[in-house]
Design a binder for this molecule. Structure first.
Ligand SMILES: [Zn+2]
Length: 233
């Protein structure tokens, strides 16, 4: 194994083949819902009922979703490498954990958690949320929201992520569009500190030219194949 410190960034393309039902039409989802309405703090303030319905639907799909061969390969890689492997995901599903990945940062939060805007408590949440749902800690209703990062909000644990990017000798981006910042800037930061950079994606992303190496195809094919070559070292 030529690499000792590895950061793996994952995005929607990784989970696309995970049987998320109608979520497979990922683009279709955004055709039917206005981003401003369902993915911003302002949208929540204006129409919390609509927003809860949107996330309740997606939380429901998660119950059917299973990790695919790419999630499994990444979890296997973490375990087989035995060293410093950090997975940073933009996905709000829990499929990395379900596959067995342990060293993981959910930079855009988790659909399977609720956050109380009143007392700041974050807790695992699998049921529907509504305006009458009371926070189990402060006991007030109307303040619980999905514990996800909306547009205009700060992604989680950015200091830890930047530190890992500066120190890594291999940066692998899996299934990301290369369009959503700050994640789109990770490859440049890792490369500037000397890391080898690899893109695994269905098609070349917006930032494809920034990577030193790339493999294109469905995640369930290119990720297991790439992991195998890495482990053969
Ligand atoms: Zn509370």
């Amino acid at each position: 194994m030529p690499f000792s410190k590895i950061v793996i960034l994952t995005g929607a393309g990784l989970s696309a083949e995970s049987g998320l039902g109608t979520f497979r039409g990922h683009d279709g989802l955004w055709d039917h819902f206005n981003l401003e309405e369902v993915a911003t703090p302002e949208g929540f303030a204006r129409n919390p009922v609509k927003l809860h319905a949107f996330y309740n639907m997606r939380r429901g799909w998660l119950k059917e979703a299973k990790p695919n061969a790419a999630h499994v390969a990444l979890a296997h890689f973490e375990e087989a490498h035995g060293g410093d492997v950090l997975t940073v995901t933009q996905n709000i599903d829990g499929l990395h954990e379900a596959a067995g990945t342990r060293h993981l940062i959910h930079m855009h939060g988790e659909l399977g958690r609720a956050l109380c805007a009143r007392c700041g408590t974050s807790l695992p949440w699998t049921q529907d949320l509504s305006l009458t749902t009371a926070c189990p800690v402060c006991h007030k209703a109307g303040f619980l929201r999905p514990d996800v990062v909306w547009f205009g909000e700060m992604p989680r644990e950015m200091d830890r992520i930047h530190e890992a990017l500066r120190q890594c000798d291999l940066f692998v981006s899996v299934g990301t569009s290369g369009m959503v910042y700050p994640a789109a800037g990770f490859v440049a930061l890792a490369a500037s500190e000397g890391a080898h950079t690899v893109e695994l994606n269905l098609d070349p992303s917006e930032g494809a030219s920034l990577f030193a190496e790339a493999h294109y195809g469905p995640a369930t094919e290119v990720v297991p194949a790439y992991v195998e070559t890495l482990l053969r070292g």
